[in-house]
Design a binder for this molecule. Structure first.
Ligand code: SAM
Length: 212
């Protein structure tokens, strides 16, 4: 994704009470942070955060963490939180490759991956958030019954992700190649910014849910 650097974004993210400021190589005490022991669901590559904010508003009994790599994107989510704060949602500015530095084994009940960057070149396949390499990272932090939920409009990335699930010996719980026409899987679906854009262009949306 091409990004425009926003002046002051680094400073805003570093000072925001809605962003978890990470210590070096330190697992976070999530129960202490949220002040309860509710299950923790995370979104990786949350972008401007609309999906996660809507989800957190609907489910106060679940704690949410949104992970985004770029401050110039995260700053948009911070502005929304300033306008309508949610006590069950925090953001982190980090690369998902470092997941295991902040989350311990079993910490996470669910991982959402929405319209992840496709990294179309074969030599970049390991960077795809549904590669076997990333499934190993998710395995290291997911609870025993934990699962990933992945949506995309990119058929090649979806096929690659199905292959990864098989290669990593994970289980596919559900799968559709046209989410918006699938009443069961589309039930209570929350559209992300990218989902709205791509489905408006007539692209079908693919979704899978998988666990180990
Ligand atoms: N999920 C949003 C949506 O569906 O509207 C945004 C999708 S956008 C194509 C992908 C987002 O994931 C970008 O904001 C990008 O910066 C972020 N991202 C990509 N790779 C990441 C990584 N390894 N760690 C954290 N964020 C990442």
């Amino acid at each position: 994704m091409r990004l425009r650097k926003i002046k002051g974004a680094d400073e805003t993210v570093a000072a925001s009470p809605y962003v978890i400021q990470r210590g070096a190589l330190q697992h976070i005490d999530w129960k202490k942070l949220f002040g309860n022991d509710h299950p923790l669901h995370i979104e990786i590559g949350m972008g401007k955060g609309r999906f996660l904010m809507e989800l957190a508003g609907r489910n106060p009994q679940i704690n949410y963490v949104g992970i985004e790599r770029y401050t110039s994107v995260l700053i948009k989510a911070i502005k929304k939180m300033e306008a309508a704060p949610l006590s069950n949602l925090f953001f982190m500015c980090m690369d998902a490759a470092d997941l295991e530095q902040s989350f311990a084994a079993g910490d996470v009940a669910r991982i959402y991956l929405n319209f992840s960057d496709p990294w179309p070149k074969e030599r970049h396949a390991r960077r795809r958030l549904t590669s076997v390499e990333y499934l190993k990272r998710y395995d290291a932090v997911l609870a025993p019954e934990g699962r990933i939920e992945f949506k995309t409009d990119n058929e090649a990335l979806f096929d690659f992700s199905l292959e990864s699930v098989k290669a990593a010996d994970w289980r596919l719980l559900s799968c559709t190649r046209n989410l918006h026409q699938d009443p069961e899987m589309n039930h209570e679906n929350i559209m992300t910014e990218y989902e709205e854009k791509f489905s408006a262009q007539g692209n079908p949306i693919y979704k899978m849910i998988a666990c180990r």
